[in-house]
Design a protein around this ligand. Structure first.
Ligand SMILES: [Zn+2]
Length: 535
């Protein structure tokens, strides 16, 4: 048993914080409040630090990286991560594993071989020591599993097989379905296909999350389509990373929020999420019509080499790109010759090359075999404020790994939210903010024993200092770790990072604010590096 005492308790509900203690045992919360000290419990005096449910990242792309036990998420206080977003999941593979890996390129990056949700979840949960894993099955992955190289053709798919594959994934433990309707092959799906799939999600009472067909010129039409899907099928709808992309489209966000509020008032189970940054991050091919990717990256390169097609695509890029060219930065590419372009925006690159920005985009794709990642400054401060403070929003990282400069949200989204937007700018109360990264996402996911601090719940806990939590990670140096997160407890384990609280042998260092606490640590052979608090 472990007594965490002298804590500022934020229970996840959004209620005001209060001082108290919490008793945990065998990885579960036993009691909470003004507790006596049991004689057989170890104690940790939190010296007034905040104690909240472990943070839940509703939207991540760490599907393959969670197997490597990377620290970016747990260092932020995250104890549960939901992968499989935006139509990308590393299963089901069937006979098209190589093709699936190719389609996931730029977002997931790595080989994949899991036949289904059960196999993936079994390995992810066995290998991932730092976070709990939940996975959505990706609609793009389902399409590829059923139709292979024809997944992006405009011909109708074998809808029966697609429905059966989704039903299997949900039965095997996938927590919902994600679509990525701006990415091939999901972008080819007609409404009727999505409607059939959402009926299945509704029958399983799981979550349907969507990266919609547009966040820029067609934001409103794209949102109306998703609301209509939920209205017709009764599925629980989560609009992923809501935003209005491009200056000309910024005014549309208010309309979008009004549509969401109306749908909610109508009784549709709808909510949305957002990350606390003005910039987004994706692959450079996102700027192109997704039909150009129907034969994968090799097919795209063939198209780009054809002078007539190239000229037409340059026109499309010039007229359709919602961001300004100096708002789009290169974050990763593969050839040594172009390394100096990382961190530069497309306007500068085009000027240096004495060509138009659309021509520079196409040249870069050809030089890099299509494998280029970008960071793009998409939205306005006032729009971001409206999203972060909206009662229907959850906050996410949307983090994914790229070789060179990942978006700083990967390592810093939640500390940025709590440090910059809660403490420094005072956009919302600390209790309301914690709700958006604990109980709110848990409720969207249907996780009953996480995201709250009620007795019986899993003792996933984040202990942080509200006065210092934050990060120095920037777009130039995105991998700097956050500060102010002092201890993360995942069930029975004190996670080893824990900065000022524990040294790398698991001992409380003498300078720690909690140095007088009496906790027994040991590293178990099954979980090397983890610190067990039960004796
Ligand atoms: Zn997305």
């Amino acid at each position: 048993m472990l007594l965490l005492r002298n804590a500022l308790i934020l229970d996840g509900t959004g209620s005001p914080p209060y001082r108290g203690s919490m008793l945990v045992s065998q990885g579960r919360i036993v009691s909470i409040g003004d507790l006596p000290i049991p004689s057989d419990a170890d104690q940790l005096d939190l010296h007034g630090m905040a104690l909240s449910p472990g943070f839940i990242d509703l939207h991540s792309h760490s599907d393959l990286k969670v197997l490597e036990n990377r620290r970016e998420k747990s260092d932020q206080g995250i104890t549960t991560e939901v992968v499989g977003n935006c139509g990308f999941s590393p299963y089901p593979c069937g006979s098209h594993a190589a093709l699936l890996a190719d389609q996931n390129e730029g977002i997931l990056n790595g080989p994949t071989s899991w036949p289904g949700a059960a196999a993936y979840l079994a390995q992810a949960r066995r290998d991932s020591r730092l976070v709990h894993i939940e996975s959505l099955v990706g609609h793009g992955a389902l399409r590829t599993a059923i139709s292979g190289p024809d997944a992006s053709s405009p011909e109708p798919l074998h809808l029966d097989s697609l429905e059966a594959a989704l039903d299997t994934a949900l039965s095997e433990g996938a927590i919902g379905l994600s679509t990525g309707l701006m990415y091939a092959p999901g972008s080819q799906a007609p409404f009727a296909e999505l409607e059939a799939l959402c009926h299945i999600v509704a029958r399983h009472n799981k979550l349907y999350t969507t990266h919609m067909r547009s966040y820029s010129w067609q934001l409103i039409e794209a949102l109306e389509e998703q609301i209509e899907l939920a209205r017709r099928t009764g599925c629980r709808l989560q609009i992923s990373h809501l935003q209005a992309v491009g200056r000309d489209n910024w005014p549309k966000q208010q309309h979008a929020l009004a549509l969401i509020e109306q749908a909610h008032a109508e009784g549709i189970d709808i909510a949305f999420d957002c990350y606390p940054y003005l910039a987004g991050s994706t692959v450079l091919t996102q700027l192109l019509p997704q039909a150009t990717l129907k034969d994968g990256l090799p097919g795209l390169l063939t198209l780009l080499r054809d002078p007539t097609t190239r000229a037409r695509l340059e026109q499309t890029l010039q007229h359709e790109t919602a961001q300004r060219w100096d708002d789009i930065f290169i974050s990763s590419l593969t050839t040594p010759a172009n390394r100096s372009l990382i961190g530069q925006h497309l306007q500068t690159i085009a000027e240096a090359r004495r060509c138009s920005p659309p021509a520079a985009v196409i040249d870069l794709l050809l030089e890099e075999s299509g494998k280029v990642n970008i960071v793009a400054f998409n939205q306005s401060e006032s729009n971001l404020h409206a999203l972060l403070t909206h009662p229907l929003s959850s906050i996410i990282t949307d983090g994914f790994y790229v070789a060179e400069r990942p978006h700083p949200r990967l390592a810093g989204a939640f500390p940025t939210f709590l440090g910059e937007f809660v403490r420094r700018r005072n956009c919302l109360s600390l209790a309301a903010a914690i709700h958006k990264i604990t109980a709110a996402p848990a409720s969207r996911l249907g996780l009953k024993d996480r995201g709250n601090l009620t007795p019986g719940s899993i003792a996933d806990l984040t202990i942080f200092d509200p006065a210092t939590i934050g990060t120095t990670a920037t777009f130039e140096s995105p991998s700097l770790p956050p500060h102010g997160v002092h201890l993360v407890i995942k069930g029975q384990f004190l996670l080893p990072k824990s900065s000022s609280l524990l040294d790398n042998r698991g001992i409380l260092p003498s300078g720690s604010p909690l140095a007088h606490a009496r906790v027994t640590h040991r590293t178990t052979p099954e979980t090397p590096g983890e610190l067990h608090y039960e004796r």
